[in-house]
Write a protein that binds this ligand. Structure first.
Ligand code: AMP
Ligand code: MN
Ligand code: MN
Ligand code: MN
Length: 279
């Protein structure tokens, strides 16, 4: 029996940020995984959207315009997804320009930190891995593996780039309020991404969710990739408590490895209101 349930995957990455697949290949893969509605949410860029949309038209899949903005809250890096942002909005264009600038400066900063840890040529190395796209920590990680400083990506984050390590630089990211304003100004829906991936206590997490809601945030990812049912239930409770719509997505970056496959995650609980119920 074939299921008539539509699969919404509202969070994934292409090679325009730190994913592996081209926007076209990503959309084709989503189609093969029975995804009906896909949001491409590259980090701080929408440069893959037009290509993804053209492919979605060919494949007969609905593409939602998305972006995953980097922000900070109380000194921690936090990600806010914008869904259905208007690409023609000048507020969005200037926001992305600012983030690009911040990313470029941050990459220089990360390279300097790595230099002080005895790693040379990191900026050029990361740049090469980013293939002229947005430079992020995963590109530094790939360089560190290639240059033999570490055995794998996980080690690169553990030793150099992960939370609390010298290469984890997030001071330049705007506060949540600014990001939410940007997304709303461009007609989009601000969604708090993968709330359980910040290693916060539940009290801290709720404080952050309250601030996000206060700032005008409207949705929260209740399902992000593979997660325990108890985590889903807890996030559903948080969504209800703060009167937030619920989103879901794989956060797919590449086939295999630690990343979840496109469309492959559990459904939203009945108790929450899906973010797409208002579309
Ligand atoms: P950035 O946007 O430059 O701060 O880099 C953040 C990205 O690094 C995340 O979106 C993930 O794709 C990746 N990342 C973060 N932590 C890890 C980790 N421990 N292992 C592999 N990738 C990671
Ligand atoms: Mn990423
Ligand atoms: Mn993220
Ligand atoms: Mn992501």
């Amino acid at each position: 029996m074939t299921s008539s349930v539509q699969i919404y995957d509202l969070h994934c990455h292409s090679d325009q940020s730190d994913g592996i697949l081209s926007p076209e290949a990503l959309v084709s893969r989503a189609k093969a995984q029975n995804v009906s509605v896909l949001a491409l949410t590259d980090h701080d860029t929408v440069s893959g959207i037009a290509r993804a949309r053209a492919q979605a038209d060919i494949e007969g899949l609905t593409l939602v315009t998305g972006i995953e903005f980097s922000s900070q809250w109380c000194g921690r890096g936090v990600h806010i997804v914008g869904l259905n942002v208007d690409l023609n909005c000048s507020a969005l264009g200037s926001a992305i320009e600012k983030q690009e600038q911040q990313r470029a400066e941050r990459a220089q900063c990360i390279a300097e930190k790595l230099e002080s840890m005895g790693v040379s040529g990191a900026f050029e190395g990361a740049q090469k891995h980013s293939d002229e796209g947005v430079i992020g920590r995963p590109h530094f990680a790939a360089f560190l593996v290639d240059a033999g400083y570490v055995k794998n990506i996980q080690q690169a984050f553990k030793k150099y780039l992960g939370a609390g390590k010298p290469g984890d630089i997030k001071q330049m990211w705007p506060e949540i309020e600014t990001i939410v304003d940007w997304i709303r100004a461009s007609g989009g829906t601000p969604v708090l991404a993968h709330p359980k991936k910040y290693n916060m206590t539940r009290t801290k997490l709720c404080a952050m969710v309250a601030d996000f809601k206060e700032a005008g945030g409207t949705a929260i990812e209740v399902v992000s990739g593979a997660q325990q049912d108890e985590v889903t239930r807890d996030l559903a409770r948080i969504a209800t408590k703060y009167d937030l719509l619920a989103s879901c997505g794989s956060d797919f970056h590449s086939p295999g490895g630690k990343w979840q496959e496109l469309g492959n995650f559990s459904q939203l609980p009945e108790s929450v209101q899906p973010v797409w119920s208002q579309w």
